[in-house]
Design a protein around this ligand. Structure first.
Ligand code: NAP
Length: 274
């Protein structure tokens, strides 16, 4: 059983949502934290709150992970703090929802940069150090969306399929080095994930971020290579696409997402409409 006490965990996307929940849960298990996201004020407020409640060290690295140089910047900041990262939680991510060809391109590309490029960069730079030390862990937050093509979330689901495939392959590459790599696949979770769009989640079918975070960390502690931290029906849902032709699956998920109105979703923030 992995013990989080007195380890140092770097959590990306820790300013809100699931990342904030990972940070709180890790602190409650005795881990020191490095919190990463763009919103410096939110990160410092969370750091202060955790420090006052728990006997752990909390540092903040505010950076934009859609910048290709950000992974190196994060690692440089960690070095300046004089810390080694024992657990990397690659949680930062953003959705891309709506009809692909009718949305602005820029937010879709940002989603690819954060969900894939930054994640790969951090795994590469911090993972190499972990292997050198002969210990460490990486949790990549993917999604149940990774398991099938999803019309009207086409690019987002594809980024999560990348995370799934990459994580499973890397877990095998590092087997026996003392470093463990796990993918977490939450389903719909009650966060601000859709905040910048006209889409909304059905509260009846979402899980609480705190529960999802706790279950993910339990799974990692038990030595699992993957975790389905949401409700049981979400795990069952990822099995169905394995039994059907891929074109049928795409038609089914397209029809489901049309029923949810995702073909009519648009971005709310005019600054992002490029
Ligand atoms: N909510 C769901 O239903 C659900 C389901 C499955 C998987 N997931 C995955 O869970 C993860 C967390 O999502 P969430 O639901 O918690 O979403 P959220 O509430 O929107 O939080 C996203 C986090 O990512 C950070 N982030 C976004 N763009 C960034 C950038 N350019 N640079 C640095 N940080 C950035 C945000 O911080 P700043 O804005 O401060 O930068 C925030 O902390 C994502 O990988 C998502 O794909 C979510």
């Amino acid at each position: 059983m992995h013990d989080y006490t007195n380890t140092t965990a770097l959590v990306t996307g820790a300013s809100k949502g699931l990342g904030e929940a990972y940070a709180r849960e890790l602190a409650s298990r005795g881990a020191h934290l490095i919190l990463v996201a763009r919103s410096a004020d939110a990160l410092h407020a969370l750091a202060e709150e955790i420090r006052s409640a728990r006997s752990v060290r909390v540092d903040v690295v505010a950076t934009d992970l859609s910048d290709r140089r950000s992974a190196q910047r994060v690692v440089d900041a960690v070095d300046e703090l004089g810390l080694d990262v024992d657990l990397l939680v690659n949680n930062a991510g953003l959705g891309a929802v709506g009809p692909f060809l009718h949305r602005p391109l820029e937010p879709t590309l940002q989603s690819v940069d954060v969900n894939i490029t930054a994640l790969v960069g951090l795994v590469y730079l911090l993972g190499a150090r972990m292997v050198e030390r002969g210990r460490g862990g990486i949790v990549n937050v993917s999604s149940t969306a990774a398991f099938q093509p999803m019309p009207y979330q086409a690019s987002y689901a594809a980024t999560k399929a990348f995370v799934l495939s990459f994580t499973e392959a890397l877990a095998e590459e590092v087997r026996g080095t003392g470093v463990r790599v796990m993918a977490a696949h939450p389903g719909a979770t009650d966060t601000g994930f859709f905040d910048r769009t006209t889409a909304s989640m059905n509260p009846k079918s979402t899980d609480a971020p705190a529960d999802v975070a706790a279950k993910t960390l339990d799974a990692f502690a038990r030595g699992r290579y993957l975790s389905f931290p949401g409700r049981a029906s979400q795990r069952a849902g990822v099995l169905v696409p394995r039994l059907l032709p891929r074109s049928t699956v795409a038609r089914l998920t397209g029809s489901l997402n049309r029923k949810l109105g995702l073909q009519d979703v648009s971005d709310l923030d005019p600054a992002r409409e490029k």
